[in-house]
Write a protein of this length. Structure first.
Length: 277
């Protein structure tokens, strides 16, 4: 099967972002992609609560979700919307950071809310507090497709290997990690983390990414690492999307999952242990 990783430099204007994603989806379908993936916060990259409150919508009337469902069915392809920032009915006004798997008939096959929140001080001048704006999820999600079982995750989740082990042991052979990684942590950690998850799970890792310099908010320009990555179950980097927006096509030989797990069956070797005291 052929996968297509869409790399975006999303702005804080959802209509503009929808236009560019639809263009890339058509390009990917034209090149024969069966499963097409977009990055985290495909609809809007913004650190301004005011701007988000103005432009974001609830899932039931979100134009990006509606538009991408229509496009998936028009093209007859599977589409993993890495995530959409969406309004919720929570009293504290926090948003959801939600990933969607769309089937070729346009239906929502699965939805996943990012569990782990990026509350991190990368340096004195670069800090993130995702939990201030977003409500974390609390459920691991898999979904069945013609390409086997998918395990859905988002970005900072990649640092929590227990989630991936759970998904792999639940039968996922493709793990999705749509992201908007920070440039500093991206340079140091992005590739090794993704390769480690692929190796320990014996699973393909597909990680479409945001890249470049995004719209300024609160006087600060947000930058993201790019380098959309596809990794084989043996841990090899199959493709790297570089630093510019674009489309990366990757052919996946799905038998590589059983091959890798046959050679190193570590997923079946968990042992109970006690301590430390
Ligand atoms: O901000 C939004 O609108 C959506 N959320 C994100 O982009 C999140 C929180 S800032 N980014 C990450 O999780 C990057 C993780 C990362 O860079 C690392 O683990 O090192």
């Amino acid at each position: 099967m052929r996968s297509g990783l869409i790399q975006l430099r999303s702005s804080d204007d959802p209509a503009e972002n929808l236009d560019s994603v639809v263009g890339r989806l058509r390009e990917a379908a034209g090149q024969g992609a069966d499963l097409i993936l977009t990055p985290e916060v495909t609809n809007c990259v913004s650190a301004s609560r005011t701007r988000q409150t103005e432009v974001l919508r609830h899932e039931h009337d979100d134009p990006t979700l509606a538009g991408l469902r229509d496009e998936a069915s028009a093209l007859g392809r599977w589409v993993l919307i890495g995530s959409l920032a969406l309004k919720t009915d929570d009293a504290d006004g926090r948003f959801a950071n939600r990933s969607f798997l769309i089937a070729p008939d346009g239906s929502v096959a699965a939805r996943y809310d990012k569990i782990h929140m990026f509350d991190v001080a990368v340096s004195e001048t670069e800090t993130y507090r995702e939990s201030a704006g977003y409500r974390p999820g609390d459920r691991a999600v898999t979904a069945d497709s013609p390409f086997g079982r998918l395990g859905l995750t988002i970005c900072y989740d990649v640092r929590f290997p227990a989630l991936y082990r759970t998904l792999a042991q639940a039968g996922a052979g493709i793990l999705t990690v749509p992201s908007a990684f920070s440039p500093v942590t991206g340079a140091a950690h992005w590739e090794p983390l993704l390769r480690a998850r692929a190796i320990e799970c014996g699973a393909f890792v597909l990680a479409p990414a945001q890249c470049g310099t995004h719209a300024a908010s609160r006087g600060k320009q947000r930058q993201t690492h790019g380098h959309s990555l596809a990794v084989s179950p043996w841990g090899e980097v199959l493709a790297d999307g570089g630093t510019e927006p674009g489309l990366t096509l990757v052919d996946l030989d799905l038998s590589a999952v059983d091959d890798a797990r046959g050679k190193v069956p570590s997923l079946t070797h968990d042992r109970p242990f006690s301590g430390p005291d």
